[in-house]
Design a protein around this ligand. Structure first.
Ligand SMILES: Nc1ncnc2c1ncn2[C@@H]1O[C@H](COP(=O)(O)OP(=O)(O)O)[C@@H](O)[C@H]1O
Ligand SMILES: [Mg+2]
Length: 384
């Protein structure tokens, strides 16, 4: 975990040091009271500058990062075309690096209740990216009273899961490594869901948690050089609204992260020679992720039933995707075995909660129903 983050998150004493530091820098620090000292620290304030670049620089300065030497500000779209869709920056300040992003909502403020759940979970805390600061900002030329926000996070080094998968030339060679990553991922998601559980007395299908990332795809995860997994993108955590169902979300996570998460082809659906080597590793990867999730969440004794339930739901969903049906995780899917009505497909617009296979990135060469049945049997059969 970033040293600065650790310092900010641990003790009340450190909060006071931060307050002192902030007042010296004459920043508008959050109002402090005894009550607030127990809450996680998030530095807030206002920026004067009107462009993202200038505002990002101003924020870094106000946070005191530019004190010993000026920080270099890198517009991430300049070094990574995958990030051209947003205004993301890295501030390089000597040894310390920050990630900065802009939003029209105070996403970091909204994340504070979630951070409170993480306070007593130091290990888990290190695996979920948390904000350091969020300042409001008025864009030059923007709508008159429209407030935007610039938030700052510790920089997480390493590849996103998407970038990592893109680099794999020979999946079979990497089978052990990939299986290990997904095993770790299953465990992490179970620890995260488990730490925010609200109704564990009910059957698993009804469990809900405050610690649920509802938009977990391969660009919202990083694998660090020391092989830790870090979950990014606090915008999509559930507790801003209300606790979210864990099983349903995990099923979607498995589908996105194992089967349909990359920007390239999605091997399980594709009738291509390049799909074959991936088909060889998918059973192990799926087994690792689902088994470690269930073992961690419900314990060894109940894991078999959990694995089978999840595998059935994943199977159901992959079949729908193969048939190019839209899948809506917010509305339908309340049934135990995913037996929802098939009627109101295709009219859901919310991209976050819908997905389809083959439409955008696919090559058009989908496998036949028979081949899909065979592949699903190979990958999920042993788990069901
Ligand atoms: N703390 C971080 N350190 C390094 N890179 C990051 C960090 N947070 C996000 N990224 C990179 O920026 C991308 C977009 O960030 P994200 O928070 O997911 O924004 P969005 O809400 O637009 O999806 C991620 O896919 C990842 O590549
Ligand atoms: Mg994201």
């Amino acid at each position: 975990m970033d040293k600065r983050r650790e310092k900010l998150a641990t003790t009340a004493m450190v909060n006071w040091v931060a307050v002192l530091g902030l007042s010296l820098l004459s920043i508008q620090a959050p109002a402090q009271s005894t009550d607030q000292l127990e809450k996680p620290a998030l530095i807030t304030g206002q920026l004067e500058k009107g462009t993202p670049q200038d505002a990002a620089r101003e924020l870094v300065e106000k946070l005191g990062y530019a004190q010993s030497a000026p920080c270099k500000l890198v517009f991430l779209r300049d070094e990574n075309p995958d990030l051209a869709f947003g205004e993301f920056f890295r501030a390089e300040c000597g040894e310390k690096e920050l990630f900065l992003k802009f939003s029209d909502k105070p996403i970091a403020q909204s994340f504070l209740p979630t951070m409170a759940f993480l306070e007593s979970e130091p290990e888990l805390s290190a695996s979920i990216l948390q904000p350091l600061a969020e300042f409001s900002f008025k864009r030059k030329g923007g709508k008159q009273d429209a407030e935007e926000y610039c938030s700052a996070y510790p920089w997480v080094a390493g590849d996103t899961l998407e970038a990592l998968l893109d680099k794999v030339d020979d999946p079979e060679q990497e089978a052990e490594y990939l299986t290990g990553v997904y095993r770790q991922l299953g465990k992490l998601l179970a620890e995260m869901h488990g730490a925010g559980l609200v109704n564990a007395d009910k059957p698993l299908a009804e469990w809900k948690s405050h610690l649920v990332q509802r938009d977990l795809h391969s660009r919202n995860l990083k694998i660090t050089p020391d092989k830790r997994i870090v979950i990014l993108d606090i915008d999509s955590f559930a507790s801003q609204r209300e606790p979210a169902p864990v099983q349903k979300t995990f099923v979607l996570d498995v589908v996105r992260l194992v089967f349909a998460g990359g920007k390239k082809e999605e091997p399980i659906f594709e009738d291509l020679p390049s799909a074959q080597p991936w088909m060889a590793v998918l059973p192990g990867v799926a087994e690792a992720m689902v088994t470690s999730y269930c073992q961690t969440l419900v314990g060894e004794d109940k894991a078999v039933a959990c694995v089978s339930q999840v595998a059935n739901l994943v199977h159901h969903l992959l079949w729908k995707l193969h048939k190019r049906e839209y899948v809506d995780f917010e509305e339908g899917e309340e049934g135990e075995e995913g037996e929802e009505d098939e009627e109101d497909e295709e009219d859901e617009e919310d991209e976050e909660d819908t997905m389809s296979s083959g439409d955008e990135e696919g090559t058009g060469s989908s496998v036949s129903d028979e081949e899909m049945t065979r592949r699903l049997g190979v990958v999920l059969g042993p788990l069901r």
